[in-house]
Write a protein that binds this ligand. Sequence first.
Ligand SMILES: Cc1cc2nc3c(=O)[nH]c(=O)nc-3n(C[C@H](O)[C@H](O)[C@H](O)COP(=O)(O)OP(=O)(O)OC[C@H]3O[C@@H](n4cnc5c(N)ncnc54)[C@H](O)[C@@H]3O)c2cc1C
Length: 364
Amino acid sequence: MRLSAKVLVVGGGPSGSIAARTLAENGVDVVLLEKNLSFIKPCGGGIPYSAFDELTIPKLTIKKEVKSIRIVSPTGERVDINLKSGSLAIIQRGDFDAALRRQAEQKGAKVIQGEFTKIINDKRYYKIQANIDDRKSEIVTGYIIAADGINSRVRNALKIKPSRTIFTVSEHIKEIQTEICEFWFASSHAPNFYSWVFPSLDGISTGTGCPDPRKVNDLFEIFKKRKSINQEGQKRVYRIPIWQGNLYNKGNILFAGDSAGQVLPLAYEGIYNAMKAGEFAARAILEGKADNYKKLWKARFQKRFILMDKLGNYFLKDDASIEKLVSLHKSPDIQEASERLWLSKETSKQSLLNYIKLFGKFLH
Ligand SMILES: Cc1cc2nc3c(=O)[nH]c(=O)nc-3n(C[C@H](O)[C@H](O)[C@H](O)COP(=O)(O)OP(=O)(O)OC[C@H]3O[C@@H](n4cnc5c(N)ncnc54)[C@H](O)[C@@H]3O)c2cc1C
C-alpha cells in the first residue's frame, strides 16, 4: 500500500488524536496511524475537569467525578483536600482514546491501524515504512507528529536518546470502591514517586512507581500491605517519562506527549499535557513553521514545569521532605494555591508568583 498526506501523526493516544483533530478541522490532509486501535494504556485516568471544555472533549467519557483528594505522609499523616475551584474527572483509557480518535475522524482525519517502523527517506519529503494489515506499506508526508508514547519508534529512528523514566506497576481491582483520589508517599514503597488509589469505572486503579525496575513489584506489595489491599488484579508494568524539556522538533518531525517526556513533574500528570502538546504541534504546522511548536509550548508551560520540577526534586528526595510537603498542605492557602496550579490550569503570572511566594524557600 502507498499513501500520502500533508501530515502523518504516529500514535492515536490523547496527544496524536488531538493533533490530528486540530489539523483536520483546519482542512489539512492528515493520516493518524495507530498500531493497535484496541490498546488500553495502563493509566489512572485522572484529568482536570476543566480540560473537557478547554479542549472540547465529550463529557460522556467521564466515568467518575472526584471532588476530594487525600495525601498521606510517610508517618501516616493524612490531609484531605476538598476541591473548591475544580474537580478531577476519571476516564477509562480504551473508551477515552477511542472517543478522541472518533472526533479526529469526524473532522476528516484518516485513521488507520498500522505500525510505524522506519524512515526510508527524509530528503524533500519524508517517506516512512509502516506495517498495515501485516503488509509493508509506505507513507509519503511533509510533516510527522511523533505522538507514539514513551517507547517512541520515531524517536529511535532518529537515534535520539530516550528520556529517563519512572517504572510503574498497577492493578485494576474490582472488589474495592472509592470516591476519592489518594496519593500515598513513603520511600518504603514509592521512592521519588508516590503510590496511588484512584476510583475507576468499576473498582479502583492502584499502583506504585520508582526509578528502579528491579524493585517496583516488591514495592507494590509493600504498599498493598500498608493500605491493606488483599485483592489481586492483573498487574501491568509501564513507564512514565521524567521531563527534561529538551525535545520539540527535528526539522519537520515534531514530538508531542510522552514521546517528548512532557509529563508534569511531581504530579506526574501526562494526559492533559499530551493533548495540549498535540494541539500546539498541530498549530505550528498550521502556521507553516515547525519551529513555532517549541515557542508555543514554552510560552504556556515552561514556567509551570520548571516550578514543579524544582518542587519535585526538593520534596520527593526523602521522607522528611515529603512529610513537610504533606504537613504544609494542612494550610488552606497552600491547598488553594496547589489546586489552582494543578486543576484549574491557571496560567496567569499572578498564580505562579503566588505559588513561588508560598514555596519560595524550597526552590533552590
Ligand atoms: C500507570 C500509569 C498511570 C498514569 N496515570 C495518569 C493519570 O491518572 N493522569 C494523567 O494525566 N496521566 C497519567 N499517566 C500518564 C499518561 O498515561 C501519559 O502521559 C499519556 O498517556 C501520554 O499520552 P500520549 O498520547 O503522549 O501517549 P500514549 O497514551 O502512550 O499513546 C501513544 C500511542 O501510540 C501508539 N504507538 C506506539 N508506537 C507506535 C507505532 N510504532 N506506530 C503507531 N502507533 C504507535 C500506542 O499504541 C499508543 O496508542 C499515567 C501513566 C502510567 C504508566
